[in-house]
Write a protein that binds this ligand. Structure first.
Ligand code: ME8
Length: 510
């Protein structure tokens, strides 16, 4: 049986349309999901939209829409963007779906039965924009008398009856869990932040609201709706079919990886495992908090008018170059700055000049001098074997890096081989061998075709469309594009389609 792998993205708030930040998380998860599939896992990749809570209710009211109609209108913008970006999610969950309301209600009841939830009253600060409660000490008083959360979101004073989750009772068990599972939170610096937050002491968590209606009703007390984060986090379990133990995806819980931005790590690494353990359920295996993108040095914001629409980028630069740039440019986990100059630099440098040219040069020589047929393996030299050995190591290197979410490291390993292959072709000069030693030329071109095959295979997770095109040109059957198939050599004499450039240079019309 194939090993199971379950990866999730955050479910995004539908108060606004998706932007580059959302695209980043989903592209990273997609690359990992595709890599796992190629390496032989049975993958479940989930994304979706977070549709309840005060923020969504307000956003709908501002537009004069009822919240259900509003979420029905915005959620498809996310679904459509994922199709545009080639995201291979296996399910798309909306928290307003009946399956989710039913599962979350059952989860709540379980927490009540286990004595983990009690009725009390909340008095304190709340930021609607973050949908988060804050201690006064975490907030800052501004000169104009307003108060803001660490995120900069305005907070308001809230006094209302509320159900509480006994989070304080889970402090030691959480610390014990982190200790026994050193890879649960990554990167390490983020793990340290979470540890010191939890060591600082946990208060019980307010888990219901009474001052608005847009949420899942608390079972048995319709005056309350569940706190939107409890509702939202549970999506990851709902999608596995819980509580139906016979559901087709029941075996996917616990999730292998929740990918999140650093803004929502506390919810995923503290509240979520505590809630699950309190319900007698397994916590997820890992939470990775990636960094934050700015745009040309500025925070992305509507008021600055610099919000990057991923669809526009794809239209202008092409899908795969954008996906590549996002994962190649910034060490995954660090913050990054989106710049068109840097994107164009990657397109023209690494994709067009280095990789595209390598493929184009090799394949057009095969077309011209080998009658468009894949040459035989022939007698290989030490140089040939050395390059091939470096290529052969790539699937394992890439998978190991991706399994640590070090996408940039995986790509750097691939690029080392791209550069080595360029040095090889320059040194071997197969174009000159045509006259002097055609047999050797054929061997060299076959080495290059085999190296290109590996490169195109391992780059599929990041650039699926263009690598499919390259594998077509190398005569690799669609059923033989996973990592295991690399062990089987391509048949000599396979007719290859006429080569065509995969990565055009970008020239600015302006
Ligand atoms: O927080 N750079 O939804 P959300 C990088 N509904 N990533 C960014 C980004 C940026 N500038 N901006 C957004 C929520 N993101 C909740 C989640 S999960 C149970 C509920 C990405 O729409 C990043 O992944 O505010 C971040 O965590 C997420 O979008 C926040 O999306």
């Amino acid at each position: 049986m194939k090993p199971k792998f379950y990866v999730t993205t955050p479910i995004y708030y539908v108060n606004d349309v998706p932007h580059l930040g959302h695209a980043y998380t989903n592209v990273a998860c997609d690359a990992l999901a595709r890599c796992k599939r190629l390496a032989g896992s049975d993958v479940f990749f989930l994304t979706g939209t977070d549709e309840h809570g005060q923020k969504i209710e307000k956003a709908a009211a501002t537009r004069g829409e009822n919240p259900q109609a509003f979420t029905d209108r915005i959620s498809p913008a996310f679904r459509d963007l994922w199709a545009t970006l080639g995201i291979s999610n296996d399910d798309f969950i909306r928290t307003t779906e009946p399956r989710h309301k039913a599962a979350t209600t059952a989860f709540w009841q379980r927490l009540v039965e286990r004595g983990e939830i009690y009725l009390g009253g909340y008095k304190g600060w709340y930021a609607v924009r973050d949908e988060a409660f804050y201690d006064e000490g975490e907030t800052t008083l501004r000169p104009d008398g307003s108060r803001v959360a660490p995120s900069g979101a305005p907070v308001e004073w809230v006094v209302e009856p509320s159900y509480f989750f006994r989070l304080s009772a889970w402090q030691d068990r959480l610390l014990d869990f982190y200790e026994k599972n050193p890879d649960f939170i990554a990167p390490q610096s983020r793990r340290n932040e979470v540890l010191s937050f939890v060591r600082g002491g946990l208060k019980d968590l307010s888990v219901s609201r009474t001052s608005f209606r847009w949420g899942i009703p608390v079972p048995g007390d319709a005056a309350h709706v569940m706190y939107v984060w409890v509702d939202a986090l549970f999506n990851y379990v709902t999608a596995t079919g819980w509580p139906d133990a016979e559901a087709p995806r029941a075996g996917f819980w616990p999730a292998d990886l929740h990918m999140v931005g650093k803004d929502i790590l506390r919810f995923h690494a503290v509240y979520w495992p505590a809630l699950l353990m309190a319900a007698g359920m397994a916590p997820p295996k890992r939470v990775f908090a990636h960094g934050w993108w700015t745009v040309e040095g500025e925070k992305m914001s509507k008021s600055l008018g610099n919000v990057v629409a991923p669809g526009d980028l794809v239209e202008r630069y092409g899908l795969d170059p954008v996906r590549f740039y996002l994962l190649r440019e910034v060490p995954f986990g660090n913050d990054g700055d989106f710049s068109r100059r840097a994107l164009i630099g990657r397109i023209n440098g690494e994709l067009a000049n280095e990789f595209g040219n390598l493929a184009q040069r090799s394949l057009s020589l095969v077309a011209r001098h080998c009658e468009g047929r894949l040459p035989a393996v022939g007698a290989r030299t030490g140089d040939d074997a050395a390059l091939l050995a470096r290529a052969a190591a790539l699937p394992a290197l890439l998978a190991a890096a991706f399994n640590r979410q070090a996408f940039h490291e995986g790509l750097e390993e691939v690029w080392k081989v791209v550069r080595a292959a360029n040095a090889y072709i320059d040194h071997q000069a197969p174009w000159a061998l045509k006259k002097t030693d055609p047999a050797r030329m054929a061997v060299v071109l076959r080495v290059l075709a085999d190296v290109l095959r590996v490169l195109a295979t391992v780059l599929q997770p990041v650039m699926p469309g263009s690598m499919a095109c390259m594998l077509d040109q190398l005569g690799v059957a669609e059923t033989a594009r996973d990592f295991a198939s690399l062990a089987t050599p391509l048949a000599e004499g396979t007719p290859l389609p006429p080569p065509q450039g995969v990565f055009p240079r970008y020239t600015d019309a302006e």
